[in-house]
Design a protein around this ligand. Sequence first.
Ligand code: ADP
Ligand code: MG
Length: 243
Amino acid sequence: MENELVRSEKLKIVGEMAAGVAHEIRNPLATIRGFMQLFDSSSEAAKENRKYYNLIIKEIDRVNDICNDLMNIANPNGTKKAQDTNLELVLDDMLLLHQSQFRHRDIRVNTYFHGRLPSVHLDVSRIQQVFLNLIQNAAEAMDGGGGRLTISTTFRKNDQIIVITFADTGEGMDEETLSRLGTPFYTTKETGTGLGLTTSYRIIEELGGQVLVTSERGIGTTFTVHIPAVPENGMDSQGENTP
Ligand code: ADP
Ligand code: MG
């Protein structure tokens, strides 16, 4: 078993490297996409080759998405954008974004919210990514047969931890998949990037929290996110020393 600290440090280095490379790739990509669009309206040949044109644009956009995901593993804004945040409001927003997808996939959603969670000081866009990834994965795990997503929030008073669970009735995971969760680029999906959980784990680690998973093939999966309500002594909630 890999030591947790070593793993966390590795993830940090991989994240920073990946973000740098992704940043470099995005610029030429934008140029390619821009010139591709010129071909679209003007040339006759491009009209004939419409389907190839569309395919190229689609693939360019996919590379761009991967680059964005890679850049998000590292924390691009540092602690600059931290603000007091009500996590339940953020969850509500993220669920709203997915509403049409839920309807389309025949997924019912239940929320059991604590109602008076203490607010936490963090970068909203980072925690939004975590919630989006977990909700998106749950929805994808219930593709086809429909199902139920249950999101609950509680507050553990004794150690001041906010606990959020995402339970789905989707396809579940085998041992192999479970053991590899969070590894960059590990995906079982045809068009997956395998970066959603890598990024999410990194973000929760930055907050001094942790992510737990239980899953059973054919039954479903539960992700449990722990976020400390009060930052550790001498550290702010993004894991860096306060001045
Ligand atoms: P991606 O969604 O692009 O594949 P992720 O990092 O989000 O990448 O997830 C990695 C893998 O973990 C997925 O391909 C899937 O096999 C598994 N996984 C994640 N969440 C769930 C879930 N809720 N139910 C079943 N499998 C899951
Ligand atoms: Mg995903």
